[in-house]
Design a protein around this ligand. Structure first.
Ligand code: ZN
Length: 93
């Protein structure tokens, strides 16, 4: 279930929910870009392979067969609304 995801897994989950076509490499690069400078200086950047393993864990934990189905799952769970900028789910994100 969703509550069992680690913070990193949840972050990757939300990225894939919003943009299902993201590759593992793109996710790794995005996480690098979003890293606050200074704060996480000692945190190592996650690699493409690490992202792949996180994605596997996420799918296994949520019992979902494909990363492309994560968005559908999030819509069903009320975590995501395909209407861009819609206020109905903003507080949950
Ligand atoms: Zn909505």
């Amino acid at each position: 279930m969703l509550a069992n995801l680690t913070p990193v897994e949840y972050e990757i989950f939300m990225l894939l929910v919003q943009e299902p076509m993201l590759t593992n490499k793109q996710i790794a690069l995005m996480r690098e870009k979003n890293k606050p400078s200074g704060v996480n200086k000692h945190q190592t950047t996650i690699s493409e392979h690490t992202v792949a393993s996180h994605v596997r864990n996420i799918l296994e934990e949520l019992d979902i067969t494909s990363r492309y189905l994560l968005q559908q799952y999030a819509i069903q769970q009320g975590l995501y609304c395909p209407k861009k900028g819609c206020a109905c789910v903003q507080k949950k994100l």
